[in-house]
Design a protein around this ligand. Structure first.
Ligand code: AVI
Length: 760
C-alpha cells in the first residue's frame, strides 16, 4: 500500500500508477522506523554481544545496502551522504572494502541517531527521485531493489531479536512493549502428519522473489516419515529439563555437550528460575510467567537435537519440512500480529508451521545441486556462509509477514539461541500409513497474495480463526464495500451516533476553534469520507494543514480529492496506513500553530482498554505538549436503544458484518457460505460494550488459503466490540496518558459526548 505524499511536494512524489516495487520499498522502510519507535536513542546504541547489532546500526546498514548496490552504481550524479559511512555500515562484503569490526558496532555513539535518520531520508529521497526519473523502467535495478527490501525485512527481524537481548541484559528488565491481552484457550493435544515419501521436488521454482540459496529446484528421495502437527511446547521441554536433560551427555552431540558445559546451559535462553521453584521468561513485554502450552523457543540446534533424542524422535530434514509446508500459504503468528512472542496452538491439524518459532532442521546449510550465486559483491549475500550452519524453516513471531515462503532457508550456527528458534519433531513413517498425502508443489504458494496488506489480512484471519473463541479484528471491515456500508450505517435512523455527534460538533466548533488559536494542524485518525472534519475546518482560524490517516487507500484518495477541491488553501497530507501503528508526520508541520488530534465517531470504543490507551498515547506524542485532542465518545444508555443501533431493521449492519466473510472470499479466495452465518449484536452490560458476532447456523468448515476452520452450530466469530463510556470513565482514561479535560459537550438526551482535552 503506497502512502500518498504531500501534494505540495510533487518533486518527491513517485509517478502515478506507482510500481508495486516502489510501494514495497516505502512500506518496508516505514516499518523499520515503526519498529524503532518504542526505543530511546540510548536503547538504540547498545550491542550486548557480538551477534547483536544496535538498532541504530541496523537502520544505517539497511540504508547503506540501497546506497551501495543501487545508487552508487546506477544513479548518475548521486552524492554519498557521508564518506565514512561505507566503512561504518558495510556488514561483511569483502568486495566493497574494509569495514568496522562487527563486535564493536556498539561503540559507535557517533554518528548520532539523528544523523542516521537523516542518512535514511537522504537515500530514500535519492532512490525515489531515481526511480521516478526512470519512469517505471527499472531494468537492471528491479532485482536489487527487491533484494534490498527483503534484506531490510531480515534486519527488521534482527532488530527485534537483538533488542530483546539488549533489554534482557538490563537488570531493570525493561519491556519493549506492554503485555498484550490474550484469550487463554488452547489445544494441548497433537498428532502426526504422515507422508508416504517417494521422489519429491524442493526448492524455488524461479517465479517471484526468492534468495539465491533457495534454488535450483531439484529432486529429493524421501523415505516415509511423519511430522508433528505442532511445535514442542515449554511444558514438554520442561519435562526434558526435569528428567535431567541438561545433565545427561548421552543425549547430546559431542559439540553440543561441550557447548552446554562451556556456557552452563540449564534451560533455554531467557528462562529464569523463580526462588522456590518454577520459571519465568524474559519477553519483549518484560518478565512473564512461563506458559507451558506456548512453543518452546530460544533453544540452540544442540538443545533441539538433545530433546529429540530424549523423546525418542528426531528433527525433520529440510526436504521433509518443505514438502509438508508447501501445501499451505504462509500465514500465522508473524510480526504483523505484534505479539513478538510465540503463542499456544489452537485448532486441529497441521499448526504453526509458519510463524511463532523458526524450526531447526537436521539439514546443514549447503548449496543445492547446481547452485550458482549471483556474481559480484552482492553474491556474498548467502553463498559464502554455507559451512558450519544449520537450516531453520517457517519464520517466527518476529519475521515480517509476507517475508517467508515454503522454500525459505534460514541458517544459524548450532549454538545460536538469541533468535526465536524452536523444535518440531519428526519420526520414521508409520508402516500402517496407506493414505498418500498430496506431494506438494509450490503452485499454491505462487497464487498467494503478494501485497503486504493482503498478507496482513491473511495472517489475522488464520490467527483469529484458530483462536477460541474465534475472532477477527474490526479494522478488516473497511475495504471499499465495507467503507460504503459503514457510510450507509451512519445514515440509519437507529444509528444515532453520527448525526448526534455532528450536531454537537456544530455547536462546539467555535469554542474549539478559539481554544486551538491560529494556524492549527488537524490530524484525523481514521478519516474515512472526511466529512466530519469539515465542521471543524469551517471554523478554524487559518488552518495550517490537515493530516488524514486511514487504512483504506481507495477511500483516502477519493476523499482527499474532494476535500482538496473544497479547501483550496489547506495543505493536505494523507497517510494510507492502519492508524493504530505509529505515523510519521512531515517535517514542515513544525512551523505551524497548535496540533490537534481529531478522533470522532466513538471509534475509541472499538479498542480494548490497553489498546485504547496505547492509541491515545500515540496521539499525545503526535500532538506534543501544548497540543490538543477532540474526540467523540458514545455514552452508556439503555440496552434497547443500543442494540437497535447495531441491529437495524433494514439489515445494513448485518451486511456490514458479513462483508468480513465476503472479503475473506474476495481477497483471500476463501469459501465462506454467507447465508450460513447470521449477524448477532447483543449488549454486554457487565463489560459495557456492544459485541458483534457472526454466528454459524450449522456445523460447517471454512477454507482459506489451504487452512481449514471448523464451526459448530451456534459458534461465533467475534468481529467487533463497541465500548460505551460515562463522561468521567473516558476522562479517567485520557488523564492516564496526559490529556487534561478542557470541555465536554453532550446532546440533550445525553446519548453522545464530544471532548476537548489538552496535552499536558
Ligand atoms: C466505527 N465504529 C465507531 C462503529 C461503532 O459504532 O462501533 C462501527 C460500527 N459497527 C457496527 N455499526 C457501526
Amino acid at each position: 500500500m503506497a502512502q500518498r505524499r504531500d501534494p505540495r511536494r510533487p518533486e518527491r512524489t513517485l509517478a502515478h500508477g506507482l510500481d508495486r516495487l516502489a510501494g514495497q520499498f516505502e512500506t518496508v522502510r516505514r516499518r523499520t522506523l515503526d519498529l524503532a519507535e518504542p526505543l530511546s536513542a540510548e536503547d538504540q546504541c547498545i550491542q550486548s554481544m557480538p551477534d547483536v547489532s544496535p538498532t541504530k546500526w541496523h537502520q544505517a546498514h539497511t540504508t547503506w545496502f540501497f546506497e551501495t548496490f543501487i545508487l552508487k552504481p546506477f544513479a548518475d550524479g548521486y552524492k554519498v551522504f557521508h564518506p565514512d559511512f561505507n566503512f561504518l555500515f558495510n556488514s561483511y562484503y569483502e568486495q566493497v572494502g574494509p569495514r568496522h569490526e562487527r563486535p564493536k558496532r556498539g561503540l559507535l555513539s557517533r554518528p548520532p541517531l539523528r544523523d542516521v535518520r537523516a542518512y535514511r531520508a537522504h537515500v530514500e529521497d535519492a532512490l525515489v527521485e531515481f526511480l521516478a526519473a526512470r519512469g517505471g523502467e527499472y531494468a537492471g535495478v528491479a532485482e536489487l531493489l527487491e533484494l534490498g527490501c527483503h534484506h531490510e525485512q531480515q534486519h527488521q527481524e534482527l532488530m527485534l531479536t537483538d533488542i530483546k537481548h539488549v533489554l534482557s541484559c538490563n537488570p531493570l528488565k525493561p519491556a519493549y512493549q506492554p503485555p498484550r491481552p490474550r484469550d487463554a484457550s488452547r489445544t494441548r493435544t497433537w498428532d502426526w502428519v504422515e507422508h508416504a515419501g517417494g521422489l519429491v521436488e524442493i526448492g524455488h521454482r524461479g517465479d517471484g522473489f526468492a534468495f539465491d540459496c533457495e534454488g535450483p529446484r531439484h529432486k529429493v528421495w524421501l523415505e516415509p516419515f511423519q511430522l508433528a502437527s505442532r511445535p514442542v511446547t515449554n511444558g514438554e521441554f520442561l519435562a526434558f529439563i526435569e528428567n535431567g536433560g541438561y545433565e545427561r551427555p548421552e543425549l547430546w552431540l559431542s559439540d553440543g555437550w561441550a557447548a552446554c558445559q562451556t556456557h552452563g546451559w540449564q534451560a533455554p535462553l531467557y528462562w529464569e528460575p523463580i526462588d522456590g521453584g518454577g520459571w519465568r521468561i524474559f519477553t519483549l513485554a518484560g518478565l512473564r510467567p512461563l506458559d507451558p502450552d506456548a512453543p518452546v523457543c530460544h533453544v540452540s540446534f544442540f538443545e533441539a537435537e538433545a530433546y529429540a533424542r530424549w523423546s525418542g524422535k528426531r528433527l525433520p530434514t529440510e526436504a521433509e519440512w518443505e514438502v509438508i509446508a508447501a501445501s499451505l500459504t504462509p500465514a500465522g503468528n508473524f510480526a504483523g500480529t505484534c505479539e513478538y512472542h510465540p503463542v499456544p496452538a489452537q485448532g486441529e491439524g497441521l499448526r504453526q508451521i509458519y510463524g511463532d518459532v523458526w524450526e531447526w532442521t537436521a539439514s546443514a546449510y549447503r548449496p543445492y545441486p547446481g547452485f550458482d550465486p549471483v556474481h559480484g559483491a552482492v553474491g556474498e549475500y548467502n553463498g559464502k556462509f554455507m559451512s558450519g550452519q544449520m537450516i531453520l524453516r517457517g519464520g517466527s513471531c518476529a519475521t515480517p509477514e509476507g517475508h517467508v515462503r515454503s522454500t525459505y532457508r534460514n541458517f544459524f550456527y548450532p549454538t545460536d539461541r538469541w533468535q526465536f528458534t524452536g523444535i518440531r519433531l519428526a519420526d520414521e513413517g508409520s508402516t500402517r500409513s496407506v493414505e498418500v498425502p498430496p506431494i506438494a508443489t509450490t503452485d499454491e504458494a505462487e497464487d498467494a497474495p503478494a501485497d503486504p496488506l493482503t498478507l496482513a489480512f491473511l495472517n489475522d484471519v488464520v490467527v483469529g480463526l484458530s483462536d477460541k473463541p474465534k475472532r477477527l479484528p474490526p479494522m478488516w471491515f473497511y475495504d471499499e464495500t465495507g467503507a460504503a456500508l459503514f457510510e450507509a450505517i451512519c445514515d440509519l435512523p437507529e444509528y444515532y451516533i453520527t448525526r448526534t455527534e455532528a450536531a454537537i460538533l456544530e455547536t462546539a466548533a467555535p469554542s474549539i476553534a478559539t481554544a486551538l488559536g491560529g494556524q492549527p494542524v488537524l490530524i484525523e485518525y481514521g478519516s474515512g469520507s472526511m466529512s466530519k472534519v469539515r465542521l471543524l475546518l469551517d471554523q478554524l482560524e487559518e488552518p495550517h494543514a490537515f493530516v488524514a490517516v486511514d487504512i483504506s487507500a481507495e477511500q483516502l484518495g477519493q476523499a482527499a480529492q474532494e476535500l482538496d477541491a473544497a479547501y483550496t488553501n489547506l495543505r493536505l497530507h494523507t497517510i494510507g496506513k492502519d492508524f493504530t501503528k505509529p505515523i510519521r508526520l512531515p517535517a514542515w508541520l513544525s512551523e505551524a500553530g497548535r496540533r490537534c488530534a481529531f478522533f470522532p465517531g466513538s471509534t475509541i470504543g472499538n479498542f480494548e482498554r490497553l489498546q485504547a490507551r496505547i492509541l491515545l498515547e500515540r496521539m499525545r506524542r503526535a500532538v506534543g505538549r501544548g497540543g490538543a485532542l477532540v474526540i467523540g465518545v458514545d455514552l452508556k444508555k439503555d440496552q434497547t436503544r443500543l442494540e437497535a443501533a447495531y441491529d437495524d431493521a433494514a439489515g445494513v449492519t448485518a451486511r456490514f458484518n458479513k462483508n468480513m466473510l465476503a472479503r475473506i472470499n474476495r481477497d483471500l479466495g476463501g469459501d465462506a457460505d454467507l447465508d450460513s452465518f447470521e449477524h448477532h449484536a447483543p449488549y454486554n452490560e457487565t463489560k459495557g460494550r456492544i459485541e458483534m458476532h457472526l454466528r454459524s447456523r450449522r456445523r460447517q468448515k471454512l477454507t482459506v488459503a489451504g487452512h481449514q476452520f471448523h464451526f459448530e452450530p451456534g459458534e461465533t466469530i467475534h468481529t467487533e466490540n463497541s465500548y460505551k463510556f460515562t463522561v468521567s470513565e473516558f476522562q479517567g482514561l485520557a488523564k492516564e496518558v496526559g490529556f487534561a479535560p478542557v470541555e465536554v459537550w453532550t446532546d440533550a438526551e445525553e446519548l453522545f459526548s464530544v471532548h476537548l482535552l489538552d496535552a499536558v
